[in-house]
Design a binder for this molecule. Structure first.
Ligand SMILES: Cc1cc2nc3c(=O)[nH]c(=O)nc-3n(C[C@H](O)[C@H](O)[C@H](O)COP(=O)(O)O)c2cc1C
Length: 314
């Protein structure tokens, strides 16, 4: 499947495995790279614990980058959360991560959040490729990012897993709207779980797909087997919003959070660490399971290679 996206990514397929913090690691990302897609290491990839030291956090990422390189000779990428020029400037976690990324010659950057010209320019100075995903896509933001030098844009619909766009606009609306607003290629994200979703994305004008949730239920994903099984056993009716921009399968913890909401209690500390405890460790008393709206159709745990071949079957 050669098109503008696979050419820019230098991959067999125009597919990106989306960053999913703790639920990504060298094994998953290398498997995606070896199967013809672009894998992305998310924050805390390959980790089991959190460190509050920015240098240590970045060095752990260096280690995971090197581990990935041992498992694949193909390219892969890194996720940078961008909070905008001013806030990022003083953020040691962000600065240390960028330093390590450049030292390790990472080429592909999935920039998520604010379009940041200083960041884009730095990446270009290092001959990097910018895959930009605003949390809440609008034609204006896409145009700004295109002008700033983004190579690829991701249009994410409200169906997605993880932190949601602040506006509840579905993938079917977001993708063609963003495609029509720019000249560079757009990838579709949000609720793509099988080849029907991939075909729909292309029919809507996307030139590639950016897929998260479906990769959690694969053999290589680091998430707990209990989490993978819970995804197989659940559908969209088993999910609820635990905050306005985050939905979860109704784990015990999610139910506690919902109850607290009803009583107007603060839940911010309940959600912290949710992707690790609930998803990586499979501790449903302590954590949530954040996935997309379309998990009804996820029925097995294939290898990454099987999954990617299926996505692109005729
Ligand atoms: C469990 C989980 C964790 C996520 N963590 C991150 C993250 O660390 N960084 C990021 O940019 N996006 C994150 N996302 C969003 C994904 O990168 C991607 O936008 C989303 O998964 C695409 O929609 P889909 O899940 O319907 O395929 C996460 C998504 C999930 C499901």
């Amino acid at each position: 499947m050669k098109n503008r996206v696979s050419e820019i990514l230098n991959t067999k397929y125009p597919l990106i495995q989306a960053p999913m913090s703790w639920n990504t690691d060298a094994q998953l990302v290398a498997a995606v790279a070896n199967a013809g897609g672009l894998g992305i290491l998310g924050p805390n990839a390959g980790q089991k614990t959190l460190t509050s030291d920015p240098k240590e956090t970045a060095e752990r990422m260096r280690n995971e980058i090197r581990k990935t390189r041992e498992l694949t000779s193909s390219s892969f990428g890194l996720n940078i959360i961008s909070s905008g020029e001013e806030r990022d400037n003083d953020n040691p976690f962000y600065n240390e991560l960028l330093r390590v990324a450049f030292e390790e010659n990472i080429k592909y950057f999935a920039i998520v959040g604010e379009a940041n010209k200083v960041l884009f320019d730095k990446i270009k100075e290092h001959n990097g490729v910018i895959i930009y995903r605003p949390i809440t896509p609008t034609p204006e933001i896409m145009k700004v990012a295109e002008k700033m030098g983004a190579d690829l844009l991701v249009a994410t619909g409200y169906d997605e897993g993880g932190g949601l766009p602040v506006k509840s606009v579905g993938t079917f609306t977001v993708v063609p709207t963003m495609v029509d607003s720019v000249n560079i290629p757009v990838l579709a994200a949000g609720g793509i779980n099988d080849s029907r979703g991939v075909k729909a994305a292309f029919a809507l004008g996307a030139e590639g797909v950016y897929i998260g949730t479906r990769f959690i239920a694969t053999q290589e994903a680091p998430s707990a087997i209990e989490t993978k099984q819970a995804i197989l056993d659940s559908g969209h009716e088993d999910m609820a919003f635990i905050v306005k921009t985050l939905r979860s399968i109704l784990t015990k913890k999610a139910e506690i959070i919902l109850k607290k909401h009803e009583n107007n209690e603060d839940t911010s500390s309940d959600i912290t660490g949710g992707f690790r405890t609930g998803m990586l460790e499979g501790k449903f008393d302590e954590g949530i399971i954040s996935v997309n709206n379309g998990i009804d159709i996820i029925k097995d745990i294939p290898t990454v290679e099987e999954l990617i071949e299926r996505f692109f079957e005729k």
